[in-house]
Design a protein around this ligand. Structure first.
Ligand code: ZN
Length: 336
């Protein structure tokens, strides 16, 4: 990681804070925002608020302030007891200046929002921001499925597909903070569908929550399948019908699994990990997803040293919170 630039936070913040040992962590997802309080790597309190991601980030900050103040009050803490804030965000993030660089249909005013100034003015806390897949990777690496590993790829299968990479015990960041983050936008079909990012045939454009309804409707036998009568064409329905041996559902599911496998194989070829950690809402169906992906990857990936293990995240719901806590403590300790 690059050196923390001057001005992002004052090392003399809150003089007399020698006793501060807590961290506040915020994980901004597309549908919910998780807020946690950690003490010595233990998550001692957490709460959630409904995200209004389509309305932007700035309009959400007053509710975050109220929620955090209430959490401090409940735990009989004051601002002086907190070391800093870890801010996990679903978009591209400059983790040196701690600002949002780019969004994709969520919190689109993020790049114009001064998060560091917000936390400093409100509580006199330093704020450290990072992409949410990287935060989840840090959490799983330090406390979860990736403990003891030095080379990991994290893949979150949810509304979109988030990815992050650890090589030799260091997060892959890149010149413009996007290295390893755009695995969901690796091209797996150059003649495929236009993606929300503007590219063509991305993994997300071939298999994701937003793509699924059109994927089903494009199947030539869709109108003959009972899934046609479902009000909501989501992955829950797809898995249900595929398990009942509905041919349309089974073929669309296999298409999705092949697209995810293609994206993961490209990540394996690019980043040489020892393990892939899978997380995200779709892992509720991990009993179907994991063995199917493992089979495809074992067959297709070029790894003469052995097989890359696919594992389920240990903390699918809170890895980003643990990661954000680790980031706050690590940045304050090392200053970089
Ligand atoms: Zn894309």
């Amino acid at each position: 990681m690059k050196k923390q630039s001057g001005g992002s936070f004052s090392p003399s913040f809150g003089g007399g804070k020698g006793e501060a040992s807590h961290a506040i962590v915020i994980d901004l997802g597309g549908t919910i925002i998780k807020i946690g309080l950690l003490l010595g790597t233990q998550l001692i309190d957490r709460t959630e608020v409904v995200a209004q991601s389509a309305s932007g980030l700035k309009s959400q900050l007053p509710e975050l302030e109220t929620t955090i103040d209430k959490m401090l009050c409940t735990n009989r803490l004051s601002a002086k007891d907190v070391l800093g804030v870890g801010f996990s965000f679903a978009g591209l993030v400059d983790s040196v200046e701690n600002r949002i660089l780019s969004t994709n249909q969520k919190y689109d005013d993020g790049p114009d929002t001064d998060l560091v100034g917000w936390a400093m003015r409100r509580w006199n806390w330093p704020l450290f921001a990072m992409n949410d897949a990287r935060m989840a990777l840090l959490g799983e690496w330090q406390h979860g499925a990736g403990q003891g590993c030095s080379d990991l790829v994290m893949v979150t299968l949810g509304t979109g597909i988030g990815t992050a990479v650890l090589i030799g015990g260091e997060l892959l960041i890149g010149k413009h903070f996007q290295a390893g983050n755009l695995g969901g936008h690796f091209v797996v079909n150059h003649k495929g569908t236009v993606c929300t990012c503007g590219n063509v045939g991305c993994v997300e454009a071939e298999a994701s929550t937003w793509r699924l309804p059109s994927l089903l409707k494009e199947h030539p036998e869709f109108s003959k399948s009972p899934i046609h009568d479902e009000k909501v064409l989501d992955f829950k329905a797809l898995f249900q019908y595929a398990e009942k041996n509905d041919r349309v559902a089974a073929e669309v599911l296999d298409h999705c699994l092949s697209a995810w496998a293609a994206g993961i194989i490209t990540m394996i070829h690019a980043f040489d990990p020892e393990m892939i950690i899978l997380s995200g809402g779709l892992m509720k169906s991990s009993a179907i997803i994991l063995p199917a992906l493992q089979k495809k990857i074992d067959r297709l990936a070029w790894t003469p040293w052995g097989k890359v293990k696919l594992v389920e995240a240990k903390f699918p719901d809170s890895a980003a919170l643990y990661g954000a806590d680790w980031l706050v403590r690590s940045k304050l300790k090392t200053g970089k």
